[in-house]
Design a protein around this ligand. Structure first.
Ligand code: GDP
Ligand code: MN
Length: 379
């Protein structure tokens, strides 16, 4: 789950990290009155779950309330990376002397949480990593001890020469780690972490991703979820107990089991196609899940062919077959579909499909190759 900047910055603030005060607004008039109150240059910032808002025109400086209102009317309603902006954050503009980057990721290859800083902040960190990797500095964090004071100071010295600023940075980095652990984070970033001309170190942006598996024991974080900011199909899928992630390809995949779903996507690519989604209907026998899954896949216009890949274990082939028949009765298919069905109650499942006019294959390679071909022909 991703948080909005205005939510993430409150968590940083609660941990003692300095962030400028700010208020959220949903209309240009509200923005105008907030800007009037702030009485000076302000920044109007789109609140969407996407980075690069600045580049997309979603972050604008305004020298007075009238200009803030004008920016707000442009930003509210605009789309950034496919997401519609319905909220903006209004903050007093900070004077920037330097822009750095500070973030925490989970590096699975070394099974550790890693703190990263870079004096090349304010820009895309992926770009820094690609073009000037020597400007990124990392510290591996041992979860038994957390970010140690000497690690925080060393990283601080990679950003600043002035020891007063190094100390401020070290404090911020340690509190960033504390916040990351407290909220069950999967990623946290301050970009830019700035210095002002008078030497203060401030967080001007905040990005925070939460590991969904951590939400159950953190109701205070779970209630920050903004359903309106998420892909509606992903929301519907989650409510139905399906794992669904939308992608950009044209082969709509409906698979049972996360491992098989990954393997299916690999095979789609192997045969020269592109998957339209990851979708795991899970291991249960519930025709309703198939109905929801097919509905979600069919609502994606990019999908040119639907591929079912079911390996019946706990999931029974006859239940999936019933689900397919029921779903296609409720909303008739308007594009080709390839079904691969094997395992528990395979014969029964194939029989049910046959009676409803569907063919089913038992070989995965054959099914995927056929689906990729049909998608290509329909594109
Ligand atoms: P992002 O593009 O989504 O990462 O949004 P940011 O919040 O990081 O803003 C993008 C850029 O706008 C920053 O890197 C700054 O250069 C600039 N910016 C943001 N807030 C301020 C501010 O208060 N004062 C000034 N001068 N520039 C700002
Ligand atoms: Mn940023």
């Amino acid at each position: 789950m991703n948080l909005h900047e205005y939510q993430a910055r409150e968590l940083l603030k609660a941990a003692g990290i300095p962030v400028p005060d700010g208020q959220v607004a949903t209309t240009p008039d509200e923005v105008e009155s907030i800007a009037k109150e702030l009485n000076g240059t302000v920044v109007v910032k789109a609140q969407v779950h996407a980075g690069g808002r600045g580049k997309a025109g979603g972050v604008k400086l305004a020298k007075d309330a009238a200009e803030a209102k004008a920016h707000a009317s442009n930003i509210l309603g605009m789309t950034i990376k496919g997401l519609t902006v319905d909220k903006v954050l209004v903050v007093p503009a900070a004077d920037i002397a330097t822009e750095s980057y500070a973030g925490i990721i989970i590096d699975r290859s070394i099974q550790s949480v890693v703190m990263m800083v870079s004096p090349a902040g304010g820009v895309d960190i992926e770009e820094v990593a690609a073009t000037t990797p020597e400007k990124i500095f990392k510290a591996r964090i041992d979860s038994r001890y957390g970010l140690l004071p000497h690690q925080a100071m060393s990283l601080g010295f990679k950003l600043y020469d002035d020891v007063k600023q190094v100390r401020q940075a070290a404090f911020i980095l340690r509190q960033l780690y504390v916040t990351f652990m407290q909220v069950g984070g999967s990623l946290i970033e301050i970009n830019p972490l700035i210095t002002t001309p008078d030497g203060a170190v401030l967080a001007l942006d905040a990005k925070l991703g939460i590991d969904d598996n951590e939400l159950e024991r953190r109701p205070n974080i779970a209630q920050l979820r903004d359903l309106s900011a998420e892909d509606p199909h992903e929301v519907e899928a989650r409510e139905a107990g399906l794992s669904y992630i939308k992608l950009d390809g044209n082969v709509g995949c409906c698979v049972n089991g996360a491992g098989l779903a990954m393997a299916t996507m690999d095979l789609v690519k192997y045969y020269g196609g592109e998957p339209a989604n990851f979708l795991d209907i899970g291991g249960s026998s519930n025709p309703d899940k198939v109905v929801t899954a097919l509905k979600i896949i069919q609502s994606d216009d990019l999908v040119k062919c639907i591929l079912f890949n079911i390996f019946g274990g706990i999931t029974r082939c006859d239940d999936v077959a019933k689900g397919i028949v029921e779903a296609t009765t409720q909303s008739p298919l308007d594009r080709p579909m390839v079904i691969r069905l094997t395992g528990t109650n395979e014969a029964l499942g194939i029989e049910i499909l046959k009676n409803a006019g569907f063919d089913a294959l038992t070989d995965m390679d054959e099914a995927v190759e056929q689906a990729v071909k049909l998608a290509r022909e329909a594109a």
